[in-house]
Design a binder for this molecule. Sequence first.
Ligand code: ZN
Length: 603
Amino acid sequence: MGGLIPNEIIDRILGQADIVEVVSSYVPLKRSGRNFKALCPFHDEKTPSFMVHPEKGIFKCFGCGKGGNAIHFVMEREQLSFPEAVRALGERYGIAVPETRGERPESGLKKDALKQAVAMAASFYHGCLLDEKRGGDRAMEYLAGRGIAKATVERFGIGWAPDAWDAVLSEGRRKGFADPVMAAAGLVARSEKTGNFFDMLRARVVLPIKDVRGTVVGFSGRVLDASEPKYLNTPETALFTKRSILFGLHEARDAVLRDKRVIVVEGQLDFITLFQAGFEGAVASQGTAFTPEQARLLKRYADTAIFAYDADSAGQQATVRSFEALLAMELDVKVAVMPSGFDPDKLVRDRGIEAFREKVESAIDLVAFQYDVVRLQHDPATAAGRARIAAALMETVRAAANPVLQHEYIRRSAEVSGIPEETLRLELKRLGGGRSAPRATAGAAEEARAGDGGRSAAERELVALAVNAPPVGQALRPRIAPSDLQDADCRELLQAVYDALAESDRAAAELGFVELSRAVMSRIERPEVADLLSEIALVSKTLSATVTDEMIDQLVNKVFEPKRKARLKELKARIDKESRDGTVDPHLIEEYRTLRAAMRHWR
Ligand SMILES: [Zn+2]
């Protein structure tokens, strides 16, 4: 599978990472015969349908269908990409995973050095907060004034950057960090005039910014007085890209996954105040505009995003436009409008967490929110105003990638604006039809495929045979290519079977089915394919001995049948046309006859 990580490394990791051990570090497992069962960590259930099979090295949920090996489990549970999950397991089992292509070989080392420098700074800043000689008492007073408790300060490692040009610089040097490393970590910068390094953050309360795995990657510093800029982030580094970070996601992750819903606030202090008040499902965007990278990150955890921005910033066009990134990721977007003059932090401190919760529960959908914004700009009483309103609404609806959501948004747009659905659809079409047109075609193709029920079933059966009986896989290789299959998952799986067979140093006849399915599974990166394979590997009725050549022939022909049917239809049309014109190409007739005969034979 086009893996950037060598197969032998993946195999070594899977050899070490026992599926039972890996899964049970997240979910308590109960023995059930030779296997284990548990309540599925991926969907809500009362009776366990989640199974772990130590011998096959896989897990499978018969409720939600998720399945795969230890790597797939970590992917799903930690919401990591395939290489990230391999790396996480590699770290856990002490197996070095080489850097993948696209990263320079030394960049792994460098990133580690940066992480260490940032960690050093985090503990230094935190220490300074508790140090009166460094001026930490002023910062503590400020935090207390903002209602932030000591426990919260500890929980988030909040710190203080002393009012000096070389505080973290000296500390880092003392700890053995080279100046350029600290500069690359964004802690210090070099003066163009003097060539000397100096601290980036001075006289500021410091909030560590973590990535989703909880590693501190940068800092945000806030002034105590009214001076500007109020907030200053450490610069972007190899570790820290602001546009792909959501502040607090590491802490919020479990709650967001559980509820499939995330509340997005603007400021870091909004987040901290909410968390302190026991509201755990929020993240801070650190600015009003929302980036596509942040949208992609959220999509891993949630289906719905509720924006709780203060009334002013939520109404700005740039903010509304940035919501479209989320619609494009098929997230449902809602807006919880804060009372005028309040941000979530102030709302919670003045009126309590329940007031905030109420606002969240009564969040309005994006369409209704946008209508409220645009009707202040355009007069809904005039035709021209209504046209502008329709255009503005459909501009947003157009961004929705999911046809079901798009449909729902059009319906809601008509409801809130009183503009007929038909008019809105025309407007949408005028704007370029949005995504609905190509989507609909894709959907139709999908339907046609599903409607042709036999094909998909035959492909599945064929792939299942190839996985479960290595000699069958071997026999199929010269007869059917992965590209002959219509279903993308089956195609990928068959390719993985062929690859595994080709790479095995033993003859297919000697290769056990358990070994083969393990080898195939280790080549699968896409979760959908892992789900399919785990299902196939478990429902195997086994086979090898009972599979006859006749059965294989029949299956291969079944797989080709739809293609043949299509060709037959095409031939018939051409023959009909040519016979009307007077001369029929005899080759066409010959091909038609042969095809008909072949198809009858396999009936
Ligand atoms: Zn499940």
